[in-house]
Design a protein around this ligand. Structure first.
Ligand SMILES: [Zn+2]
Length: 122
């Protein structure tokens, strides 16, 4: 999964002007401490560039960080603790909810009661 996420991120970064050396540095250093400058950088990019792409990148960074911080929990649904289907993770590596809970979450959101508290607060 980590390889897959890094590949996705590399693909996204290739589409822009983000320096390659920055990306490599981030991979080998400790993600916790490097997260803040990375988030800042992502936000700077957001003001200039394709916002969707930036958000996709941020989600990937977030997933990578969760993988490092809490490898046991990665791939488990945040709502029900059931493992997220592997094929779903391959399609959506940044998924934090299983397909069932995601549907519920979207149903709630469409009623104006968003529960995306864990991913969208920064
Ligand atoms: Zn679930």
């Amino acid at each position: 999964m980590r390889t897959l996420l890094l590949q996705r991120r590399t693909e996204l970064l290739k589409g822009g002007d983000v320096p390659v050396e920055f990306e490599q540095q981030e991979v080998v250093t400790r993600p916790d401490e490097d997260a803040a400058p990375l988030v800042e950088m992502t936000q700077v990019i957001a003001s200039n560039r394709n916002r969707a792409r930036t958000e996709a990148l941020a989600a990937i960074e977030d997933a990578l960080r969760r993988m490092v911080d809490d490898p046991e929990e990665f791939g488990l649904c945040e709502a029900c603790d059931e493992p997220i289907a592997q094929r779903r993770l391959v399609l959506v590596p940044t998924a934090t909810l299983c397909a069932t809970c995601q549907r519920e979450d979207e149903a709630n959101s469409s009623r104006g009661r968003s529960r995306r508290h864990l991913t969208d607060y920064r």
